[in-house]
Every structure is written in structure tokens, then in C-alpha cells.
Ligand binder design. Structure first.
Ligand code: NAP
Ligand code: F7E
Length: 440
């Protein structure tokens, strides 16, 4: 069997030691072809070879793969929490997660994991210190992934105090819980930091040395989280780090973030269930990656020899307009953007949909701009430089391309909309559109 985690650990160690495949082959006395077949994923590495490799490298390679480790994930019901749970369970971790009570049980993203033997959920809330301390003392985690947050930038303008409580002080609560439980030397902590810290950017592209200029209540709260993690690392010698992650999306992305809003709307429009998509700033630029690839990096950051902060990004930048163009194109609809600012619109100039549903969209305005989706201050030029993560963690930022990401999301939403049927119809009237919850 091909153990991809073992391979990725091996690559990281080789990179750190500056070893080529040829060097490795000669170190363990094997033919270079055998080694290259391992790396090409053609054959697995036998337990005997793993032992040889560990001896030659002078370090354990399987420590991280056959784990009896215990992880605690806050924000486990979110996009990243769900992928990270799957990732850690596959590595042999026991995974505990924090959920909050709500009047409707909204645990769609982790429903398939519930009931598994090594998967446990606990009620707690990031705004409630005691509840966090209780979970940490019960679970005694080796690793905490602090992903819980009010994560919507536009919503942070509407609920700034709540955002600060959860996204800033919440981080402090986790760190203090670890101290209160006497786990400072045992427990490693990952903090979900963000490219929003660069905000009104002072440098393009952004790396670990780029100055921060937060530009929303969300970003200001996350900045506190970043600095308190750094402070506890230095003051108490704790292994706690921030991943400064650029936007990462998926078929599990919340439906009010721009990418998912676009792919769902494109699918509804293509299937005759929505007439128009209203967006805000079409010129905003983002570095979008695939969430599934990014959770691996969270784990890699905690497996490193020493605690450090990392920028995680693809290094490729696109505008909201380009995302929309690509999403519609994948369905067979070509858009042409005309006009400027609030008057800009995306008009269908070609309709190659396979199943035309007996109507053509050519000549119709499918994308329009509404001031409702503009922010009091907007971050418009995010572009990450993942050089450090590549070099030190051996992480591959190009695993999923922009085009592949859009395709994954659109395919998913085409199927989702088809199965939802007429119930998903969304009308064009903007007020009604907003009321229907397709908001901000
Ligand atoms: P998400 O889908 O919005 O998930 C957020 C999670 O936090 C949910 O599980 C949510 O629980 C939980 N949460 C919110 N308030 C809470 C509270 N008071 N107590 C306990 N749990 C609470 O976010 P995501 O996209 O997975 O992002 C994960 C983390 O990475 C967040 O911290 C986000 O700010 C950060 N981040 C995300 C990106 C990105 O592009 N996705 C980029 C950089 C950083 P409910 O399900 O109950 O709401
Ligand atoms: O906006 C513009 C909007 O809401 C992206 C969070 O995960 O990533 C996310 O924050 C851009 C902005 O994500 C619409 O003005 C245009 O410039 O998808 P978004 P975000 O604000 O970048 C960072 C890294 C995080 O840390 C956050 O947790 O798109 N935009 N029109 C729109 N945005 C939305 N939501 N809706 C629109 O209609």
C-alpha cells in the first residue's frame, strides 16, 4: 500500500537534509530505480525499508504516521475542521472536537464521521473559558487545532464585539486552558491565522516578513490571536504557531463566501432556478487554494522541529470577476463583463450547455453588482508567497490549480442543485434575494 504520509514525511526530511533520491538510494544501499518508484507512487515502502530509511536518516519517519496521538479541534463543524478531522483520523489520531449547542443540529460537514470509534464531540464555546478548560482537562490533547472563529469578514462589521470575543480572546482562552491543565510542555497548538492580517497591503506578494495592516474587525481580532500565540511561545516556551492561511475554498465552503456563492449561483442559473447573481467588488484579488490541501499544512506546522509561523498560499492570484468567468465557463456559459463599478455586468455571449433546458441564456445579464455586498473597508490585493512552507515543510502549493478548484466546486454544486430541484429556486428581485438568505 502507498503510504502518502510516510512519503511526504520522507520528502520533508530529505529536503531539510538536502538529499536527492540518488543520495537516498546510496545511503540505504538500494537501486535508484526502486527509490524513484516509491516517489512516483508505483510501489509502497516495505516495513524493512522504512527501518533502513529511519536508520540512515537518524530520525523516526513513522512517528507521525502510526499515531496514537490525541488531537482537539475547535471549529470542527466548519469547512477546515471537517477536512482536518478526516486527515487526522486517517493518520491514526483520536480526534476530539468542540461543538456549540444550537437550536438546529447543523453538523452536516462531519455527519459521516459521527459514530466512528476515534471521533468524539464535546459541547463548549469559545466565549466560555470554563467550558474550554473542562474539555482540555478531559481530553489531554497532544495537539490542539484552534480553528473556531466568526470567520466572515463582512459579518464582523455587523458583530464586531462577538468577533473580538471569539476570534481574539478565544485564542487566549485556549492558551490559558493548556496552562491551567499543566500541558504546556506536552501540547502543541495550531492557531488559524489569516492573510487578512495584511489587509490594506503594504507589499505584494505577502510573506512572513510583510508588515500587517488589518482592515476589518475580523482582521483586528485575528491580529490579537497572532500576537498572543507568539507571546505565549516566547514567555512560556510553548509549542504554539500560527498558519497565516490565504483564502482556501472547497465544495464544503460556507455559502456566503464569494467563491461558493458564485458556484452555487452558476449551477442554479444553468438549471433555470435563479436568474441573476449579485456580487460586490468584482475587482478584488485573492490567492485561492483548495481547503483539503491546506489542512495538511496545519498538521505539518505542528510536526516541525521548532514552532514557527508560516504563510500558506498557492502563489497565484485571480480576481472575483475571473472566478465568476471560470465558474460559468465550466458549465458552458461564456460571460462578457461590460461597464464599470456598480454598473458592471456579466452578460452571456455564448451558451454551450449540454442540456439547454429549452432556453438560451445568450444576451441575458447573469451577473450584476450590488452595493449591499461592498464592505466599509475591503482588502483587495491578497497574494501569498509560500516559499517558506515549501522549503521547510516540503508542502506543495500547486497540488490543486485554480481551474481544478473551480471545477471541483462547480461539479459539486451542479449535482447539489439538480438534486434539490425546484425547491432551490431563487428569484432575481434583489430584496427578495437578500431575504432568502443569499446574503453577504
Ligand atoms: P468556518 O467554516 O466558518 O468554521 C468556523 C468554525 O468555528 C465552525 O465550526 C463554527 O461553529 C466555529 N465557531 C464559531 N464561533 C464559535 C464559538 N463561539 N464557539 C465554538 N465554535 C465556534 O471557517 P473555516 O473556513 O473552516 O476556517 C477555519 C478557521 O480558519 C477560522 O478560524 C477562520 O477564521 C480561519 N481562516 C479561514 C480561511 C479560509 O479561507 N477558509 C483563511 C484563513 C483563516 P458552528 O458550525 O457552530 O458555526
Ligand atoms: O470575500 C469580495 C469581497 O467573503 C472575498 C474568510 O475565510 O478568507 C475569507 O475572507 C472577496 C472580498 O472572503 C462578494 O469584498 C465581492 O474582497 O469570499 P470572501 P474574505 O473576505 O477574503 C480570509 C483569508 C479569511 O480569513 C476569512 O475567514 O470577494 N466580494 N462580492 C464578495 N464577497 C462576498 N462574501 N460576497 C459577495 O457577494
Amino acid at each position: 500500500m502507498i503510504d502518502t504520509q510516510l512519503l511526504s514525511t520522507l520528502k520533508t526530511v530529505m529536503q531539510r537534509k538536502g538529499l536527492s533520491q540518488r543520495d537516498l538510494a546510496s545511503l540505504i544501499g538500494k537501486n535508484e530505480t526502486v527509490v524513484s518508484r516509491w516517489f512516483a507512487g508505483k510501489v509502497g515502502i516495505s516495513p524493512t525499508s522504512v527501518k533502513l530509511l529511519e536508520k540512515a536518516m537518524g530520525e523516526k519517519l513513522t512517528r507521525e504516521t502510526s499515531s496514537n496521538k490525541v488531537a482537539l479541534i475547535t471549529g470542527i463543524t466548519g469547512q477546515d475542521g471537517s477536512y482536518l478531522s478526516e486527515f487526522l483520523l486517517a493518520k491514526g489520531y483520536t480526534v476530539h472536537g468542540i461543538i456549540r449547542r444550537s437550536s438546529v443540529d447543523y453538523r452536516e460537514r462531519i455527519a459521516h464521521l459521527e459514530g466512528k470509534p476515534h471521533f468524539h464531540l464535546h459541547y463548549a464555546d469559545m466565549s466560555d473559558s470554563m467550558s474550554i478548560i473542562k474539555v482540555v482537562s478531559r481530553v489531554h490533547p497532544d495537539e490542539i487545532y484552534n480553528l473556531a472563529a466568526q470567520s466572515h469578514v463582512q459579518v464582523s462589521f455587523d458583530a464586531p464585539e462577538f468577533t473580538a470575543n471569539v476570534d481574539a480572546v478565544g485564542v487566549l482562552r485556549v492558551l490559558e486552558a493548556v496552562r491551567a491543565c499543566g500541558l504546556t510542555q506536552k501540547c502543541r497548538i495550531y492557531q488559524a491565522s489569516t492573510s487578512e492580517l495584511y489587509g490594506k497591503v503594504e507589499e505584494v506578494p505577502q510573506n512572513e516578513n510583510t508588515p500587517f495592516h488589518p482592515y476589518s474587525p475580523y482582521a483586528v481580532a485575528k491580529l490579537y490571536g497572532f500576537w498572543i500565540v507568539k507571546e505565549y511561545r516566547e514567555a512560556y516556551n510553548m509549542f504554539c504557531c500560527s498558519g497565516i492561511l490565504f483564502n482556501h475554498e472547497s465544495e464544503r465552503r460556507g455559502e456566503t463566501f464569494v467563491t461558493r456563492k458564485i458556484t452555487l449561483a452558476a449551477a442554479r442559473i444553468a438549471q433555470g432556478m435563479q436568474e441573476k447573481l449579485y456580487l460586490g467588488n468584482l475587482s478584488s484579488l485573492r490567492d485561492w487554494g483548495y481547503a483539503k490541501d491546506y489542512v495538511e499544512c496545519m498538521w505539518l506546522i505542528l510536526q516541525a522541529k521548532k514552532p514557527e509561523d508560516f504563510v500558506i498560499a498557492t502563489g497565484v492570484q485571480h480576481s472575483v470577476r475571473e472566478f465568476a468567468y471560470e465558474a460559468f465557463k465550466h458549465i458552458g456559459i461564456e460571460l462578457e463583463f461590460r461597464g464599470e463599478g456598480l454598473n458592471e455586468e456579466g452578460v452571456c455571449v455564448r451558451d454551450d450547455r449540454k442540456n439547454k433546458h429549452n432556453f438560451s441564456l445568450v444576451g441575458k445579464t447573469l451577473v450584476a453588482v450590488s452595493p449591499d455586498f461592498y464592505r466599509p473597508t475591503d482588502v483587495v490585493n491578497l497574494w501569498g508567497d509560500p516559499t517558506k512552507a515549501k522549503a521547510k515543510l516540503g508542502w506543495n502549493p500547486s497540488k490543486t490549480t485554480f481551474e481544478e478548484l473551480v471545477k471541483i466546486m462547480v461539479n459539486h454544486d451542479m449535482a447539489k442543485v439538480a438534486s434539490e430541484g425546484a425547491a432551490a429556486k431563487v428569484r432575481t428581485n434583489l430584496a427578495e434575494y437578500l431575504e432568502k438568505g443569499i446574503v453577504k
